[in-house]
Design a protein around this ligand. Structure first.
Ligand code: FMN
Length: 323
């Protein structure tokens, strides 16, 4: 079988991940590629149960499958075979339906944290977005700006955001993943860069001081509110049950929706705070009227804006497991 495995891994690693931790390693075994979680890159404060880590693996998995299909392979996934900690993708030379329209936008997709222009999204485009989500593992709900429900979600986002910025552990973890200067970003090739967040590049000591002094709980909550109010649509991704496989599957669906949004010229960004703070998550689940096993995991805003600078990725050599 002749194929460019490194190319497939390169596309997989363009996936989004919480704080751009890129919590993955890949290994190659004949016609199989395995995706391993890299627990040295976990986020113990904001993601203590690792659900965001597994969602990120799901995003990488979906990119890998789309890229494999584009190269003319069929990809069969085995989730955590024999209770091992990896996802196994078996590639065979059978042609399968390709997703070329999604493949083409993998390099373009980004989490765009800028203010959107408020323009509404046509229903036909929203339908295309929701159609990529298969209901076996994930439910999708959408809310429109200005409606009472969206107002309630804004109040939950603000409440969770205030709690997070009052928590020293949360702020320390966030700071540890911010790449304040261009040099840090170039050296580490991961994390949240000043550029991608729309801030000027500053030395680390200054960036830390600015966050500690000026990122107040109330100020951050207000910033978030402004961002949400510029976005015509909010989408919630709900997992049908709380298992690693379900989290990976939700990541796959989210990635397809994010790619479809990109194809349609729609920007998106995360506002996961009410899914991250346990006390607010309970209220959010109640508001969404969820069943016992269901949990809201991603809250996304959608709208239109100019592209932002792209976030870095580590080199292929650093993410291929050799042992
Ligand atoms: C599971 C998951 C959780 C995320 N949570 C947040 C979040 O709470 N806030 C945010 O601004 N971005 C969030 N992101 C977006 C990441 O920060 C982003 O994917 C990463 O910085 C890489 O940038 P890119 O998506 O533009 O390639 C999340 C992404 C994933 C996959």
């Amino acid at each position: 079988m002749i194929m460019n495995i490194e190319k497939l891994i390169h596309y997989a690693a363009m996936a989004p991940s919480g704080h751009n931790t890129q919590p993955w390693k890949f290994s190659v075994h004949d016609n199989q590629i395995r995706i391993h979680p890299d627990f040295t890159r976990r986020l113990p404060v904001v993601d203590p149960d690792d659900h965001a880590l597994y969602i990120s693996l799901g995003c990488a998995l979906e990119n890998l499958i789309i890229a494999a299909r584009h190269e003319g392979f069929s990809a069969k996934v085995n989730y955590f075979p024999d209770d091992e900690e990896y996802l196994e993708v078996k590639l065979t030379e059978e042609s399968s339906e390709d997703d070329d329209e999604l493949f083409d936008v993998i390099p373009e997709r980004q989490s765009n944290r800028s203010l959107y222009n408020g323009e509404s999204i046509p229903d036909s485009h929203l339908e295309q977005l929701t159609n990529v989500v298969d209901s076996s593992s994930t439910t999708l709900r959408k809310f429109y700006a200005g409606h009472e429900d969206a107002e309630h979600i804004i109040s939950l986002v603000k409440e969770a955001n205030r709690i997070q910025f009052k928590d020293r552990g949360f702020v320390d973890e966030l700071i540890s993943w911010i790449r304040f200067s261009k040099q840090e970003a170039v050296e580490q090739k991961d994390g949240l860069t000043s550029e991608a967040m729309g801030f000027p590049s500053v030395p680390r000591w200054l960036g830390k001081m600015i966050i500690r002094k000026f990122a107040t709980p109330e100020g951050e909550a207000k910033k978030c509110e402004k961002m949400i109010r510029s976005s015509p649509v909010l989408m919630v991704f709900i997992a049908k049950n709380q298992s690693k496989k379900n989290w990976v599957d939700l990541g796959r669906h989210f990635q397809r929706a994010a790619l479809m949004a990109t194809k349609l010229g729609i920007s998106h960004a995360h506002l996961n705070m009410p899914c991250e703070v346990e006390s607010v998550k309970e209220k959010f689940s109640g508001f969404l009227n969820l069943k016992k096993n269901e949990e809201p995991l991603l809250l996304i805003r959608l709208g239109y804006s100019k592209p932002m600078p792209k976030s870095p990725r580590r080199n292929i050599k650093e993410i291929i497991k050799t042992d």
